[in-house]
Design a binder for this molecule. Structure first.
Ligand code: ADP
Ligand code: MG
Length: 231
């Protein structure tokens, strides 16, 4: 059995449709989608130890089956630059979550490598009752949220379709580099789109997938947040 099948089976057994970020990232990793390194911890001391091993700066995030949008509840702290920041951040996140959602079950805290700021893209999937899974692509932030500058293809997609998706969004020129931003690694995006397509074709029980955001660099890319919702 693959890691992915195991994770889906555990979620189903526990009556959860929404995977934890840690679970979704293990699935992504198994499908060759690049992710920012992470460790799940359950104590402040382990958070500090993991951060020291990983190297600063780090990001801390709440991991809870009851919290889907982590920043909405003060569950994400970025740019923690030393062990003191990590200790404070750890306490702060738990306090924020307690205030916003007192009854949330806390699985732990995710210590994550801080991916350097760069051009953000979004890759997602939705399931159409008629056409099955389709793949979405767009640039992050205002491009998706305000301008709805996204494109869709029914899965499975081939490489030429993945390349078309990238070039047809209006924000595409930004990926070619502008001002002090270097050009983005288009091949890395193509590979993420193809691997996402393979994942949702192999696992039709995925209802929704959301890699938001993925930081794209001159060389390579890193997914910093992943969500998977099962049927
Ligand atoms: P949410 O559940 O609120 O979507 P995210 O994990 O996406 O939580 O975190 C919120 C924001 O914090 C992201 O959109 C990104 O800008 C930033 N962020 C999160 N994790 C990282 C990371 N590992 N490296 C750099 N930035 C990050
Ligand atoms: Mg997110």
């Amino acid at each position: 059995m693959t890691e992915t099948s195991k994770i889906f089976a555990v979620a189903r057994k526990q009556g959860r449709k929404s995977l934890l970020e840690t679970e979704a990232k293990i699935v992504c990793k198994e499908y060759g989608i690049p992710i920012a390194e992470f460790r799940l911890v359950k104590t402040e001391a382990d958070a500090v130890k993991s951060a020291e091993e990983m190297g600063f700066p780090v990001v801390l995030k709440i991991v809870s089956p009851d919290i889907i949008h982590k920043s909405d509840v003060g569950g994400v702290m970025v740019g923690l630059k030393d062990s003191k920041d990590v200790r404070n951040g750890y306490k702060q996140i738990l306090q924020n979550v307690k205030r916003h959602k007192a009854d949330a079950e806390i699985v732990g805290i995710l210590v994550q490598e801080m991916a350097p700021q760069s051009t953000e893209i979004i890759v997602g999937t939705v399931k159409d009752p008629q056409f099955g899974p389709s793949i979405m692509f767009g640039l992050g932030g205002v491009f998706v949220e305000v301008l709805k500058d996204v494109t869709f293809r029914v899965a499975p997609i081939a490489e030429d379709e993945a390349r078309e998706m990238i070039t047809e969004v209006k924000a595409y020129p930004l990926l070619k580099g502008y001002r002090n931003m270097p050009p983005a690694d288009i091949d890395a995006i193509v590979s993420i789109l193809l691997n996402t397509s393979k994942l949702v074709m192999d696992h039709q029980e995925i209802n929704e997938l959301d890699l938001n955001p993925i930081m794209v660099y001159e060389k390579g890319a890193k997914t910093v947040d992943a969500r998977i919702i099962l049927e």
